[in-house]
Write a protein that binds this ligand. Sequence first.
Ligand code: FAD
Length: 457
Amino acid sequence: MTVAVVLFTSDLRLHDHPPLHAALAAADEVVPLFVRDPGVRAAGFDAPNRRAFLADCLADLDASLRHRGGRLVVRTGPVVREVHALAAECGAAQVHMAAGVTGYAQRREERLRRELAGLGVALRVHDAVITAVAPGAVVPTGGDHYAVFTPYLRRWSAEPLREPLPAPRAVRVPDAVRGEPLPSRAGTPGLSPGLPAGGETAGRDRFSRWARAGLDHYGERHDDLAGDATSRLSPHLHFGALSAAELVRRARARGGPGAEAFVRQLCWRDFHHQVLAARPEASVRDYRTRHDRWRTEDEAAEDVAAWREGRTGYPVVDAAMRQLRHEGWVHNRARLLAASFLTKTLYVDWRIGARHFLDLLVDGDVVNNQLNWQWVAGTGTDTRPHRVLNPVLQGRRYDPDGAYVRRWVPELADLDARTVHEPWRLPADRRAGLGYPAPLIDLAEGLDRFRRARGRA
Ligand code: FAD
């Protein structure tokens, strides 16, 4: 009997899963393994919202495997030690896993390769499992990654994608291999009340429903804050419950401007992955320094607290921050506005904002979070790094009726479209009765400080 191990990481699905497919083709029995690595917690990436969503994903994966005669084996411990021990225990000849891009994932892969080689076990790392196109598959002449999105999009769009692999019909797991009880979302403290349910089944269901009802209108509606017309697939993609390659193929098969706009967003995801794969240090350091002397948490303690709590006095920023806390998810336009306000209007270090987002976002990942924060802060890949978004003008444009603000900022629920983005224009007595803070900062002052800091005054 030949045995192979499949180490699941950010690819918690059975459909379109190249490592599982290859392991099943190569061995009589396969051990689907997930390791709860305390290193993830030590690195500060184990936030309650994601822990709960992960528990849903693992439960769903286990149920789907059981349906096929198998089960998921969960173990806790340093991932390299656990994989090594399991491979030795079941006499595996191969371990299969998806390639990762973060510094953590790259180190994990190197150490696994070394340790398993000592045991005579081959490590097979599969590309394009987490992204649609593998980082490094398209590179500019003379470079190791694309630093600008549009030329990347052009090349990325021409790359052939595999035909999505079907979920396996049967998975045989060696009887003797034992696992731990699955973690459960129940009782996780500090969860956002509006947190969605995770798992491949829920993710596929969401995509199918949204592809029928939302995809065609995505192009014209995705920036409408109140319309909430985006796919909300990001947590499913973050945990790999959905395959990005499969989504691209299914959207392309449908065609039309909505599908094209949606595929473009999935390309942004791949774009950031290939940047971080080539520059893993961009998770903590400026990708392109602008020589900022950002205000620190100590210097800006009150401003940062007001921003985190959604009481900056700028309604659309506060709405974004309250949605983040309530749902663990935020609309992309609202993320942009909240991040621009912190980094450019308040001139606070992007890492402070990125940390807070990572603490709450159910889709929070080092790749997309850190690089989007850098994009907004102007230290990343934005080709207009000094632009500053005005929360009043942006609010009026992307929430013209004010419904998004009214939904998340109940103090402003009775205001009309004219005043909801500028409550300070109300007569003093009415304003006082709202219980809503006055603006934390004058926008012109913030702009002036930022321009001076960037040498553009
Ligand atoms: P849709 O509009 O339906 O887009 C489909 C998919 O495309 C998304 O699910 C996502 O996987 C991908 N996508 C869309 N926009 C982007 C983008 N700008 N960058 C990378 N991928 C994108 N996204 C995360 O997945 N994790 C994060 O931690 C994260 N942090 C962010 C922080 C900031 C400051 C900003 C401005 C953006 C961040 N994003 C992050 C990107 C984006 O906001 C979310 O992916 C998107 O809002 C998710 O909603 P959706 O699934 O409805 O997206």
